[in-house]
Design a protein around this ligand. Structure first.
Ligand SMILES: [Zn+2]
Length: 393
């Protein structure tokens, strides 16, 4: 499939042609394109979202792999890494195998998952042989961190001590977040940091860190819609998070969908979570169009650093790299979800300056500005995919 487009090539924006299958086969100046995207915007590597919950299985009423990844491509995301707190949870080898199979069948983006901490080291070792991205460490897992500590796989930390889970929400302080970082070691990535201090501490300990758009933008926890874990912090912490755009390694959405009826429950009972997988990329590119961020920094946050942290090959438009692209145009519009089962988020009607006109996964158009198509994503951790990338290159 030949695409003509304006794209970032070796540090310069050029117009040319890309021959895209699973990976980029050839780049050259002229061609007779199958699809001409040169007037649709700037073609860039599609984003990687390292923190999503796609639900499905017993929680298919909240979201499914199909609806969640459809929402992702609407937001310019070409790869999602899923968290293990599904029902049933992914905390053993057999469940990990069936989840990977399920994702392989239904994901419209490239995909993998972070497995939960299993019961013992043997099981952790067996699971590490699967094409997972690593392990997710929830606050309640900190006591059994030793089970995965020896694994070479990446450990993603939900940074809060277990005490946070049993605290009243207004007592759920950010020191509980900082404290948890001292309880882990090795190859650790700290996710959804709610404060700049967490990011700085993570970096000083040799870890990597991300933050979400909602912890910066949402004006306090006011209702079920804005209820999320860890909680949205006070105005000072939120403003300081602006600096995270320059200091954190990457951004993630923590896309956490719930049913409308669940979010309509009384505040004390409603489940925490915001479903923003499609918001992050257009928001970050809006900052580029407003001259708040450079294009390079935006690509670092959205795709290059996630690839680096995960240890997978994404983020460049060069022969041999995956053909996962987003076409971004400058356009004023107001955000809403579109393909997710969640129709209400705190970002509704947020004014954006960047729009995703196309998303391409593995060389095929998966979103064309109107519809989402059933393109099949690949697991970059699967050996077959890695070998194929090498031979195609
Ligand atoms: Zn999460």
């Amino acid at each position: 499939m030949w695409y003509r487009a304006k794209f970032l090539y070796k540090g310069e924006i050029t117009e040319g042609c890309i021959n895209a299958f699973g990976t980029i086969v050839e780049i050259r100046k002229e061609c007779r394109p199958d699809l001409d995207l040169s007037n649709e915007g700037l073609l860039l590597p599609a984003s990687i979202d390292m923190h999503v919950h796609l639900r499905d299985w017993e929680q298919a009423y909240k979201e499914t792999v199909v609806t969640g990844t459809s929402e992702a491509v609407y937001g310019g995301v070409g790869t999602v890494i899923e968290m293990p707190n599904t029902v049933p949870p992914v905390r053993d080898y057999d469940t990990a195998v069936s989840r990977l199979t399920h994702l392989d069948r239904y994901a419209r983006t490239d995909f993998s998952l972070f497995a939960g901490v299993p019961k013992d080291r043997n099981e952790a070792e067996r699971m590490a042989s699967l094409p997972i991205a690593g392990f997710k460490v929830f606050p309640e897992d900190l006591e059994s961190f030793h089970v995965v500590a020896g694994s070479e796989k990446l450990k993603v930390l939900h940074p809060e001590v277990a005490l946070a889970n049993s605290s009243f929400r207004n007592m759920r302080a950010y020191w509980m977040e900082l404290a948890s970082l001292y309880l882990v070691h090795g190859r650790v990535h700290v996710t959804h940091s709610t404060s700049l201090d967490t990011i700085r501490l993570a970096k000083s300990l040799g870890f990597t860190a991300d933050f979400t758009m909602h912890h910066m933008l949402v004006e306090g926890e006011r209702d079920c819609l804005s209820k999320v874990n860890p909680p949205i912090r006070d105005a000072v912490q939120r403003r300081k998070l602006l600096l995270a755009f320059y200091e954190a390694d990457l951004v993630a959405s923590d896309h956490a969908p719930h049913a409308k009826e669940e979010k309509a429950m009384p505040y004390e009972l409603c489940p925490p979570g915001i479903a923003g997988v499609s918001f992050t990329t257009p928001f970050v590119f809006s900052l580029v169009f407003k001259d708040v961020l450079t294009l390079d920094r935006a690509l670092d946050l959205l795709v290059r650093n996630p690839a680096k942290v995960l240890g997978v090959m994404y983020g460049k438009i060069e022969e041999g790299y995956p053909s996962n692209f987003v076409v971004i145009a400058r356009e004023s519009w107001r955000y809403s979800t579109r393909f997710s089962k969640v129709t209400q988020t705190p970002f509704d009607l947020y004014p954006l300056e960047a729009r995703v006109n196309y998303t391409i996964v593995r060389g095929k158009v998966v979103y064309d500005g109107e519809d989402v198509y059933p393109v099949k994503g690949l697991n970059p951790f699967a050996r077959a995919v890695r070998v194929k990338s090498l031979t195609e290159a």
